[in-house]
Design a protein around this ligand. Sequence first.
Ligand SMILES: Cc1cc2nc3c(=O)[nH]c(=O)nc-3n(C[C@H](O)[C@H](O)[C@H](O)COP(=O)(O)O)c2cc1C
Length: 355
Amino acid sequence: MGNLYEKVFRPLCFTQGAEEAHDLAIHALRLLDTIPFAVRILERFNLRPRNSAPVHLFGLDFPNCVGLAAGFDKNALAWSALGALGFGHAEIGTVTLHAQDGNPKPRVFRYPAHEAVVNSFGFPNPGAEVVARRLSQAPGKGVRCIPLGINIGKSKITPLEEAVTDYLASFRLLADYADFMVVNISSPNTPGLRELQGRDRLTHILGTLRRANLDRAAGLGVKPVPILLKIAPDLSFSQLDDILRLVAENGFDGIVATNTTIERPPHLSALERTGGLSGRPLFKKSLDIVRYIAKATGGKIPVIGCGGICSVEDAGRFMDEGASLVQIFTGMIYRGPFFPAQVARALAWHHRKWV
Ligand SMILES: Cc1cc2nc3c(=O)[nH]c(=O)nc-3n(C[C@H](O)[C@H](O)[C@H](O)COP(=O)(O)O)c2cc1C
């Protein structure tokens, strides 16, 4: 199937601009979602094949260890069909408190020779209230076929000093619908966002969200929503140490490592577009971060490994280095819609071999 995609469908898709092809993919998934019978059959085949290896983490049941990374389903339109492609969880967003258009187009560029993408989207989305309303009409927690993560970011119009209030308001609007929340402080396309990874600002954000989560849980008589932090791959190890300490002190449940990179490896120094680089050139950087976190914390903080997974072996390397789950985005652009199912099946087989 992968080969057919690469030989026939990919060249067709690539005749479209990257953002147009992305929009088409969302439309195709929404169309698929209107045929529940087809979705169920595909889920049976792709999501829970024989010998699949489910993962229990954050108090949630993941049918397999492969998820969709944030940025694909920014507006919560297509996630409920993603189990059909074999994704064992989906992270929607980034959603911001205020609706925003994002940066001017074009803002996504493919580099096929490097299996890479550069994007400077800047969080276009309809705002947390609209997304919450949309999710309130969809299957809720506990009856979904895959866990749903909601990734929140800071609105562009909100000054950095007021970031906490912005995150808090988004959290309050969306937590009822999330199986887990992801706090994004690492996208390179919102001016200043990555400064929130600094010690003082991060302490304030994590502490405030933690208290809000505990208060909400106590008020509703439910368990707190698992909250994860999504980090950049461009951190020094001492910055990373600070972040790990804060994550542990504030009882955050895990880390998504990593977002896109603003750096360019030497062989790609000529890539002229600014923005976040994803895909194969990111792999080593993200893997190094996952390895460091697993070693530094003795595996106590669960990590979702993400960055440049373009083959089954790449995903296996993340798991071997200590990731509990992995996420894919750019790899699907180059390998096709059933790449996640292929990875999940291969990793399950590997897992079974040893148990
Ligand atoms: C087109 C595009 C848009 C993205 N948008 C977001 C986003 O809105 N929020 C976010 O946290 N990450 C976003 N990302 C980053 C991905 O979630 C992921 O962390 C990164 O691309 C590395 O994974 P990959 O190499 O498998 O794509 C985006 C990535 C791409 C390629």
